[in-house]
Design a protein around this ligand. Structure first.
Ligand code: LFR
Length: 466
């Protein structure tokens, strides 16, 4: 039975998984799981401990050796990078996208490239941490003589010695042309970012090189969201997806980018998917709001499991207070319950007083944002939706799945949970000629919408969500 290794790095945990393929079906087994979360270096900003991560990955790979895997693939969150110096070593830290160092960089970029031009070229939603802004925040001489490797490409380089930029992840940098899928010569000309920084592009399914024990390392859809969307078990076209974990990535799969002014104004992104597909979606802050709140409550001595907080949240009154999950103050790590309280007070709504009340606000606010993004995606693309696939860790959050179905007025099919790892294995298995079709995973559960969407739409209007 051919086996493939998926290294899937998430913003809270990393996993090394073994994917066995039998009769075209992929079965995943977790071999190793380790924490990844960003750490503050005193005076040095928020960074990822990539050395520790790499040690964990190597240990996980050793544990898969007996399965004699056909190949290894790596995916992770997007936009963050390491800089490789002329001597081939990593220069400095891999900074975390939640680091506030990019403040003011959008304004600086506007001096040479206006927003409309940037969108016409890259099709990318404005997010303060897009790689282009991170690079502009670097001291300019730091970029001379360097090669930028996005995180999965950095791990791939350490495993094989080969450098490159996998295209689905490169599309999140705001340096790739969304139409040609090449690095944008125009942006390189108009910004201080040197073209020498960017390595050659490679497509999902291409061999990167030889890894530990001679096992090939294959480029997958190395942006975790690209892998997750490749694993959405949908049929037909009329589906929306929510890749729901730390972030909720909410949108549609399209054959070509939507680069209209209306799409730019709605802050929709056109990221590159496998086989030339486009992920037309909007980032919503996601379960970060809940995980960061749980972290703070635990620090304050709360001894409750997430499942208990969620169960009690369901006993709280509905629609008491709604926030816009994408307000910028929710992006950095910190006291999320206090920020949510401040947002409620600031918009004249009752301040949630207990963890379950805060959780209720988060769950309803996320569902409102999910529905708003899907409605907008449908309007901007002209595609009508019949069903929503919710994949990733959020598929285990029953209240969120139900609220999302209610707010969208559409059935929600939840699962697979490990969508990124599944998509990672799928691309490898297809490159090896072992499977031909996208993975089909039975959904964990189906949530039918209850009642009309009017109350949800009015909640959305309260915080100006469209
Ligand atoms: C999800 C994700 C999103 C990206 C964010 C930051 O894990 O990859 O797609 O916008 O992380 O990189």
């Amino acid at each position: 039975m051919p086996a493939f290794v998926a290294v899937d790095l998430g913003a809270t945990s990393g996993r090394v998984m073994l994917g066995d393929v039998r009769g075209g079906e992929i079965t995943l087994t977790e071999v190793r799981r380790f924490p990844t979360g960003p750490r503050e270096r005193p005076g040095g900003g928020l960074r990822w401990d990539v050395d520790e991560m790499y040690g964990e990955i190597l240990a996980g790979l050793r544990d898969t050796a007996d399965a004699h895997p056909v190949s290894i693939g790596i995916d992770s969150w997007a936009v963050d990078y390491g800089l490789i110096g002329p001597d081939g070593t990593l220069d400095g830290d891999v900074r975390c996208y939640r680091d506030p160092r990019t403040a003011g960089m959008a304004q600086r970029l506007r001096e040479s490239v206006d927003d409309a031009t940037l969108y016409r070229i890259t099709g990318l939603q404005y997010l303060p941490f897009n790689t282009i802004y991170q690079l502009l925040a670097e001291p300019p001489d730091r970029l001379v003589d360097k090669t930028m490797l996005l995180l999965p490409d950095l791990i791939g380089y350490w495993l094989t010695g080969e450098q490159g930029a996998e295209v689905t992840n490169a599309s999140t940098t705001a340096l790739l042309d969304a139409t040609t899928r090449q690095w944008s010569a125009e942006l390189l000309e108009r910004t201080p970012i040197p073209g020498t920084l960017l390595p050659p592009l490679r497509l999902p399914g291409t061999r990167i090189g030889e890894g530990p024990g001679g096992t090939p390392v294959v480029a997958v859809a190395s942006h975790d969201t690209a892998s997750a969307v490749a694993a959405v078990p949908a049929s037909g076209e009329r589906f929306g997806y929510i890749s729901c974990g730390t972030w909720s990535l909410v949108g549609l799969e399209l054959p070509s980018p939507v680069l209209t002014e209306a799409a730019r104004e709605a802050n929709f992104t056109n990221e590159a998917g496998i086989d030339g597909t486009v992920r037309f979606l909007r980032n919503t802050m996601g379960l970060w709001l809940l995980s960061e709140s749980m972290r703070v409550w635990r620090e304050q001595g709360l001894d409750m499991r997430l499942s208990d907080v969620l169960a009690q949240a369901m006993a709280e009154p509905a629609f008491r207070s709604i926030v816009d999950p994408d307000s910028p103050e929710f992006l950095p790590p910190g006291d999320m319950p206090a920020r949510i309280a401040a947002a409620c007070a600031g918009s004249g709504q009752p301040v949630p007083q207990s963890p379950p009340a805060v959780a209720r606000t988060i769950l309803e606010s996320l569902a409102v944002a999910h529905a708003a993004s899907l409605r907008t995606a449908s309007r901007l693309s002209g595609r009508e939706l019949e069903v929503v696939h919710l994949v990733g860790g959020g598929a285990l959050n029953e209240p969120l799945c139900q609220f999302t179905a209610d707010a969208c007025g559409l059935p929600v099919l939840a699962g697979p949970v490990e969508a990124s790892a599944l998509g990672n294995v799928f691309v490898q298995a297809r490159a090896a000629g072992v499977v031909a079709d996208a993975p089909v995973a039975a959904p964990l559960a189906r949530y039918e919408p209850r009642g009309g969407t009017a109350a949800w739409e009015s909640a959305a209007r309260r915080v100006g969500l469209r």
